[in-house]
Ligand binder design. Structure first.
Ligand code: MG
Length: 399
């Protein structure tokens, strides 16, 4: 019997740092609904409007089973495509439809994808501090909780600049100094490896803050520290430079959290220029394209490492996890460690034990939302500060 989409709702909530956007698709079958993550924390009103004003009228009355057809039509129905905001909105709808299909089948989504390749997904946490010693302390705390993969940053992205010489009248902002960042982080990794040896898997995120030629040199200098991966060495606008990094060193490259368009990841995978694909599943269009690109990467020896920070909602993390459990070429899963009240708000939120993430037993994505609790944490309207990044001369830079 065919079941139709009866209503599409958008739930906005900010239980921790990030403004979350959750899509709830209500069906004509009493009590059957699906959840998806459409979070774009910095521009959540735009996604909300896209879903409510443009997608809802398009979706109502459609067959919930036709995920692929709905996805293909949503992508082209607005004519212009493959940008943020609309991709986020499509991701939310797509994940909610997979959730519904799983509930209809009485199976978790990983079963619909082909079944498990593994029982749990290995995760990495974010260690940090203001000095190399503090970073080592932070790594040890993660190790005590069973983490074996740890990302290390000192003073946040780009480091904390101490030798800034700004021009007179330079505006306020999140300043950093590329040269100082590179020097400090090379010293930091030297210290970590001297203290801890080479057993623990270390990761680092450049956050696209270097000039391309600096990134080539930095990736080469980092080779001796044997990272699990170096992330976002280049900006999406500079991806042709990956070829030069490859020619210089064997530091594994992870890339893709900012990607919108298939033309951004296709040449990197095909050219075997990256080792891990980092696309944001709640931004690239959802489970449907993520499944396709995972299979594509598998043919080229490229592993998955889906973006998993705090501005992916718990529903988005559940979607990541179902892909992780299935994908033959799973690499690693980023994990942000939500506070306790977020577990209360999202019953079935995946749990991490001894460095592995596990899903709940529920069908579909296996996660729900307590809407009354979500309403107690409304989204704040604010101009985001941390993305107002500046170079020493005061000019704007990538965050
Ligand atoms: Mg990153």
């Amino acid at each position: 019997m065919s079941i139709q989409i009866k209503d599409v709702q958008t739930i906005l909530t900010q239980p921790a740092g990030s403004r979350l956007v959750i899509v709830k698709i209500i069906t004509s079958d009493d009590g059957l609904y699906g959840l998806g993550c459409a979070t774009f924390t910095q521009r959540f009103h735009a996604v909300h409007t896209a879903i409510e004003q443009h997608f809802k009228p398009f979706l109502i009355g459609r067959d919930v089973d036709r995920i692929e057809e709905t996805w293909q039509m949503l992508m082209v129905n607005g004519y212009w495509r493959n940008g943020p905001v609309l991709n986020n909105a499509i991701s939310g709808v797509d994940q909610a439809l997979w959730d519904i299909k799983g509930k209809r089948a009485g199976m978790p989504v990983y079963q619909l994808l082909g079944g498990k390749c593994r029982e749990g997904a290995a995760v990495y946490g974010h260690a940090g501090g203001d000095t190399p010693e503090a970073v080592v302390d932070s790594i040890r705390q993660f190790e005590e909780q069973g983490y074996r993969y740890i990302r290390c940053q000192m003073g946040g992205y780009g480091g904390k600049a101490s030798t800034l010489v700004k021009p007179e009248g330079a505006p306020e902002g999140a300043y950093y100094n590329r040269k100082e960042y590179m020097m400090n982080h090379l010293r930091m990794f030297e210290h970590i490896r001297a203290e801890m040896g080479f057993e623990v898997e270390l990761l680092h995120d450049i956050h696209e803050r270097l000039h391309p030629i600096e990134a080539v040199g930095f990736a080469k200098d980092m080779e001796e520290f044997k990272l699990f991966f170096l992330e976002d060495a280049l900006a999406p606008e500079d991806i042709e430079w990956f070829r030069h990094i490859r020619q210089q060193c064997a530091t594994p490259q992870a890339m893709g959290e900012l990607f919108n368009h298939p033309h951004e990841w296709t040449p990197l995978i095909e050219g075997r220029l990256i080792d891990f694909m980092r696309m944001h599943v709640s931004q690239m269009g959802g489970i449907t394209p993520a499944r396709n690109v995972a299979a594509f990467g598998q043919m080229y020896g490229v592993r998955t490492a889906w973006h998993g920070p705090g501005d992916t909602s718990p529903v988005g993390h559940a979607a990541n996890l179902h892909l992780d459990l299935w994908a033959p070429n799973f690499g690693i899963q980023e994990w942000c460690r939500f506070p306790e009240h977020v577990y209360e708000m999202f019953p079935g939120l995946p749990e991490v034990r001894n460095g592995y993430m596990y899903p709940s037993d529920g069908p579909g994505l296996g996660i729900d939302i307590d809407e009354d609790l979500a309403a107690k944490y409304p989204c704040a309207n604010e101009v985001i500060g941390w993305t107002q990044t500046r170079l020493p001369d005061g000019s704007p830079a990538r965050p």
